[in-house]
Design a protein around this ligand. Structure first.
Ligand code: SAM
Ligand code: SF4
Length: 343
């Protein structure tokens, strides 16, 4: 296939997609309350999930269409048995995309080095609390020590700066925000707080109850942190802040700390969105909150050519919705929850 012109993945609003999130599996080793029900979800069968050849073939098409970064996620991508091999195969694509992983970190201490050697560039590990009992409550699994060992292993393997994702939940870990920031600053990790989005399988999300970016910033400032916006907003969903001062400043790994806040609900970045998502069963989603998907698996398995698949992808991207519309009266939560889409 010849290389199409740059910017071919352009939608009606002029946005160009350059970032692809691939959910390698819907399975997960945790059951975070804000994401999944205690009993898990009706999992896809092995046959329903794409195999590695199919993931790599589609990723190759996206890269040829202008995607420059690929994030592997899930469910829990570390549960995917051949993850290092997938990373190595993606790293061999031309042009080589930047490769990152979002993980709960549960078995990361055993695989961080292998992943770095295979070509992984960056990693985000989800850590919502540093308190073992609260971790068990929030994730319904007693795995905090292995997650923390995984974070340390990622740093030792050179997957730096290690980013930490935290979702704050009222009446649970909200008051821990300053401690989480203090820990990240001491260890040299980049912390990003993510606003809870209406993508939980239990449909318990409520706008009135969710913790907002404003509330998080006020809480951190109240705890003695001095924050300043870091430059202009980019395509990245996180709003970045320099941490100029705060408690235990002498113990910080860097002279100036950094904090990110992903405020998808209260400070949406839809106008700048450059993301696409491929689910574990081969459905292309152009928005986390889309009500429709484009099936790439059926044509792929029916023998579609690269040109035919490319046409489907280009047409789907062209129809990307302008924004998530969470605030509007017409908003309807998508059928798939976060773990089934790929966060
Ligand atoms: N299992 C991996 C993990 O937890 O990092 C990857 C998949 S998970 C769906 C990706 C990210 O989405 C995690 O950082 C998680 O905290 C976040 N997440 C899950 N459900 C969410 C929700 N309803 N709103 C906001 N973030 C959510
Ligand atoms: Fe699993 Fe990640 Fe969802 Fe937690 S947030 S249940 S680790 S997919």
């Amino acid at each position: 296939m010849s290389v199409p012109p740059v910017g071919v993945l352009r939608d009606r609003f002029g946005r160009v997609a350059t970032d692809l999130r691939i959910s390698l599996t819907d399975l997960c080793s945790l059951r975070c309350t804000y994401c999944m029900p205690a009993e898990g979800l009706p999992w896809l069968s092995k046959r329903e999930r794409l195999d590695d050849d199919e993931f790599v073939r589609l990723a190759d098409l996206f890269v040829r269409l202008g995607v420059t970064s690929i994030r592997l996620t899930g469910g829990e991508p570390l549960v995917h048995p051949t993850l290092p091999d997938v990373v190595a195969r993606l790293a061999a694509l031309t042009p080589r995309p930047e490769l990152s992983l979002t993980t709960n970190g549960v078995t990361l201490d055993r695989s961080a080095r292998k992943l770095a050697d295979a070509g992984l560039d960056r990693i985000n590990v989800s850590v919502d609390t540093l308190d073992a009992a609260r971790f068990t409550e929030l994730t319904r699994r007693d795995r905090l020590p292995s997650v923390l060992a995984g974070v340390a292993a990622a740093a030792a393997a050179g997957l730096t700066p290690v980013k930490i994702n935290s979702v704050l939940v009222r009446d649970s870990n909200l008051h821990e925000a300053p401690q989480l920031l203090g820990w990240a600053l001491r260890e040299g990790y980049r912390l990003r707080f993510i606003e809870h989005m209406p993508l939980d399988a239990d449909h318990t999300w409520s706008r009135d109850d969710m913790v907002t970016a404003d509330e998080i910033l006020a809480l951190l400032e109240g705890a003695g942190y001095q924050l300043r916006p870091h430059g202009a907003r980019t395509h990245a969903p996180a709003e970045e802040f320099d941490v100029l001062d705060g408690p235990e400043r002498d113990a910080w790994a860097e002279p100036t700390g950094r904090l990110g806040i992903i405020a998808s609900v209260t400070r949406p970045f839809c106008r700048e969105c450059d993301r696409l998502r491929l689910t574990a069963d081969g459905q292309l989603r152009t928005c986390l909150f889309a009500q429709s998907e484009t099936d790439l698996r059926a044509p792929l398995r029916a023998g579609a050519s690269d040109t035919e698949l490319t046409e489907l992808i280009v047409a789907a991207v062209a129809q990307k919705q302008s924004g998530h519309g969470i605030g509007s009266a017409a908003f309807v939560q998508p059928d798939r929850s976060m773990s089934a889409i790929g966060g």
